[in-house]
Ligand binder design. Structure first.
Ligand SMILES: [Zn+2]
Length: 404
């Protein structure tokens, strides 16, 4: 690596972070020589200036220059559906939640919405209070409640005995418990109270996401008309696409008001299904998510997903009882690499699906989601093979650049 204002670090030593982490107020920085993916396209041999916590329009005088030739610079990843990682989940203590957040940051996720799973209402209310504090501290971007208002027919890795119909009063209870930080609720909109709950969520500026659903095509279209705007992990935990009964997948894919979540780990979706969805919805309507559970960024073994036991083997998480797929062990750097190298999607489209779209869904696109002056200095450095080589969040290196 070439930095003009410091002597090269010995091999193996963290470079660029200089022992104590680069604090948000240290000298301005300019990264040069990279392929920089901007909203307008990719700039070869581009430069990106960072001043404090933000991206700057130009390099300040005396800025440290780091040559990252041969690398890609892309916006930090935004994960709107994530249950945990690093051996910890968002169903535990604040320390455990932070362990999960930090694990995903090491893999390029600079903005994360913490997802709950179905549990007792009073436990979910308590969890919402705890997670809302982390949102207030700026550590997470908000809360996604996945369940308990989901279909027993499509329960996936949720406890059947704890499922309930989507009663707007109970939905309201969760929104209130999140103290302004409820971002999304996944629900089976065909259940009694489903459509009223979608309307309530839309009125409160909370995303109503159709998922874990047994709805027909027509019922799903009704939910979208009522204000639902996201498909929770399209294809997974919903009826398959049928030629006489197209079900929720066709309704969600065809409606321009809907963004579809896709879990691109090679386990949840066949590559052809991913390609079909990506082509049909278009890059602007796809959000790649992890749906990660505790074992993401951690080892195989036994874990809990909410109250249920999960066995992780070869990185695939399944319920001990019944064998349902129970979340993923995906991190978004792997999703990126797979999308480009296996699915052969254009890098710019992958950036849109990993950063710009989820940022827009969260209403945070004035601050994050693209590499533009004035936005947070959240970025990921990838080598020519799309392996992660550096992560910066709000101007601080989370992963110091590892350069040849
Ligand atoms: Zn989930």
């Amino acid at each position: 690596m070439a930095t003009e204002r410091e002597t090269p670090a010995p091999d193996g030593a963290p470079r660029g972070a200089r022992g104590t982490a680069r604090s948000a107020t240290t000298a301005p920085l300019v990264l040069t020589g990279a392929r920089v993916v901007l909203p307008t396209g990719t700039v070869e041999n581009g430069r990106l200036a960072i001043d404090g916590t933000r991206i700057a329009a130009s390099a300040a005088a005396g800025a440290e220059v780091v040559d990252v030739s041969g690398h890609w610079l892309v916006p930090g990843f935004v994960d709107i559906h994530n249950h945990g990682g690093g051996g910890a989940s968002f169903a535990g203590t604040a320390e455990q939640a932070m362990a999960a957040v930090r694990t995903h940051r090491l893999h390029g996720t600079t903005t994360l919405v913490a997802s709950t799973v179905t549990d007792e209402m009073d436990l979910l209310v308590r969890q919402a209070g705890l997670l809302s504090e982390l949102a207030e501290q700026g550590e997470i971007a908000g809360i996604h409640f996945e369940g308990p208002f989901i279909s027993p027919c499509r329960k996936g890795a949720h406890s059947e005995s704890l499922l309930r119909d989507p009663d707007p009063a109970e939905v309201r209870k969760l929104i209130d418990a999140a103290r302004g930080h409820a971002k999304m609720v996944t629900l089976a909109t065909e259940l009694p109270g489903g459509i009223d709950s979608v309307r309530l969520l839309a009125e409160h500026g909370v995303i109503a996401a159709v998922g874990h659903t047994d709805a027909s095509y027509e019922q799903t279209a009704e939910a979208i008309d009522a204000g639902a705007t996201v498909a929770t992990h399209l294809f997974n935990a919903m009826p398959a696409l049928g030629h006489r009964a197209p079900g929720p997948i066709a309704a969600l894919l065809e409606d321009e008001r809907v963004t579809v979540e896709l879990i691109n780990d090679g386990v949840h979706l066949h590559p052809a299904a991913l390609e079909l969805a990506f082509r049909h919805a278009g890059a602007d309507r796809v959000a790649f998510i992890t749906d990660a559970m505790d074992a993401a960024g951690s080892a195989d073994g036994r874990y809990l997903l909410g109250p249920l036991e999960v066995e992780v083997s070869d990185g695939v998480a399944r319920l001990v009882e019944g064998g349902s797929i129970a979340g993923s062990t995906l991190t978004l750097d792997r999703a990126f690499r797979r999308a480009v190298t296996v699915d052969k999607l254009p890098v710019e489209d992958v950036v849109t699906a990993l950063s710009a779209n989820p940022a827009r869904l969260l209403g945070l696109d004035d601050r994050i989601g693209s590499l533009e002056p004035g936005k947070d200095a959240d970025l990921v450095l990838l080598d020519a093979d799309f392996a992660l080589k550096g992560v910066m969040r709000r101007g601080e290196w989370v992963v110091a650049p590892q350069l040849p």
